[in-house]
Design a protein around this ligand. Structure first.
Ligand SMILES: Cc1ncc(COP(=O)(O)O)c(C=O)c1O
Length: 433
């Protein structure tokens, strides 16, 4: 089919169900490296890595080669078959991960990987209650959506019973931050006291992102994961870490949990695992897998253990390790962070800059004292950035007014400089007008 010309017309757009607000006007026809291209040939820097997934940029030649080979040779199978690419993928992941994370369930999406994790935890513990952060995002499917609090909760009836919230340790916004001193431990203890009061005594799991992304790029304080694991163990719960966005080098370590050395009972990977292609995995220990299997565990999906995406996953692992992309994310992330902090000095609308590696957040506020989110201005800034040639994403779904800055890990310093110049110009134009 020929590409249309110019922006998407209203009638063209009206063909597609609006699954998350309105669509952008741009007609994107091509993508390569850190750029996407519209039908007028304009280059736009992709600083959201597509939907926070494409860590290798677009059209990475080695990924292209794997897809071309596999689609012709061994694409999709009955889910009862295993194939060599799937075994190689499970081996590659287990080798990259610490002991205790060595049984891999290959799936397609992040929501699915979390559904599987929650089902595993419930099967293993015999409980059903799940604890999640009050700014979380784990997906839009039943169990994952019930444990998602940063958006999408209203308008479609009850969610699963038994999901309890823990306050997100949000240093910038927490009421436990008084005069710049954040007492996260008191907030944490307070949160667990409330959970224990609400629980019916059948706690199964706590599920968290090591850095909350959709919730506004919120890093957990040092020591938090250790404390969380302790609370989970005391109550016989499993700790599930959702590294959809933080896994595969993005935050400066291969996995964000490595920073504190807390090995979860279950790890879920998606988005970055397929570097833009639909691939996810739920990973746990042999003991948990064997117990679940003995109890008749079932999570049978059409694309479980498909060879084509598995081969892509192995190649992503290989490239991330071989090209030391975690180190690259750390170095370039430090540079990008310093550039964003510099912008903060010059633009009072920037209330906070935070994050780790190449997963950074810039929070816009109407007033630095009251910290009122400046969402409307943020949307205008985001729109202007797009016109000027950079896709920088403002957290629309969660109404947070936080730009999530997450370029592919192959981004260059020059591309970072260009994005910063565009952001600077857009902030200057939109805030004064
Ligand atoms: C941390 C996290 N987990 C899970 C998901 C859901 O993934 P998917 O949209 O592939 O189902 C997302 C999506 O934004 C996410 O950010």
């Amino acid at each position: 089919m020929e590409n249309g010309q110019g922006p998407m017309s209203k009638s063209e757009r009206s063909r597609v169900f609006r699954y998350g607000g309105d669509f952008a006007d741009q007609r994107i026809v091509r993508a390569e490296g850190a750029y996407i291209y519209d039908s007028d040939g304009r280059k736009i820097l992709d600083f959201t890595s597509g939907q926070m997934s494409g860590i290798l940029g677009h059209g990475h030649p080695e990924i292209v080669a794997v897809v071309q080979e596999m689609v012709a040779k061994l694409d999709h199978l009955h889910s009862g078959f295993l194939s060599d690419p799937v075994i190689a993928f499970a081996d590659a992941l287990a080798e990259m991960l610490p002991e205790g994370l060595d049984r891999v369930l290959p799936l397609s999406t992040g929501g699915e990987s979390n559904e599987a994790a929650l089902r595993i935890a419930k099967t293993f513990t015999g409980g059903f209650e799940v604890v999640a952060f009050d700014r979380s995002w784990h997906g839009v499917t039943g169990g994952a959506a019930a444990a998602t609090y940063s958006g999408g909760r209203r308008g479609h009836g009850p969610t699963l019973p038994g999901v309890l919230t823990l306050p997100t340790p949000h240093a910038y916004r927490s009421p436990f931050n008084r005069d710049g001193v954040y007492d996260w431990r008191s907030e944490f203890e307070f949160g667990w006291e409330i959970i224990d009061r609400q629980s019916t005594g059948q706690l199964a799991a706590v599920i968290v992102e090591p850095i909350l992304s959709s919730g506004g790029i919120v890093e957990l304080p040092d020591g938090y994961l250790t404390a969380l694991q302790e609370k989970a163990r005391e109550r016989g719960m499993l700790l599930i870490l959702d590294e959809a966005q933080t896994g595969m080098g993005r935050t400066g370590d291969n996995f964000a949990f490595q920073r504190e050395g807390v090995v979860p009972d279950i790890l879920t990977l998606s988005k970055t695992l397929g570097a833009g292609l639909p691939l996810s995995a739920t990973i746990t220990s042999a003991a948990i897998e064997e117990d679940c299997h003995d109890k008749g565990f079932l999570f049978y999906t059409t694309h479980a253990a498909d060879p084509l995406p598995a081969a892509v996953g192995s190649k992503v692992v290989e490239i991330v390790v071989r090209d030391q992309l975690a180190e690259r994310a750390r170095d370039l992330g430090d540079y990008l962070l310093s550039q964003l902090r510099d912008l903060q000095q010059r633009h009072p609308i920037i209330g906070d800059v935070r994050g780790r590696g190449l997963l950074l957040g810039v929070e816009l506020v109407a007033d630095r004292r009251t910290k009122t989110p400046a969402l409307e201005v943020g949307m205008a800034v985001g729109q202007r950035c797009l016109e000027l040639g950079a896709c920088l994403n403002i957290g629309r779904r969660s109404m947070s007014g936080v730009f999530r800055i997450a370029p592919p890990l192959i981004v260059t310093r020059d591309e970072i400089d260009l994005a910063i110049a565009i952001f600077d110009q857009a902030l200057g134009e939109c805030v004064t007008s």
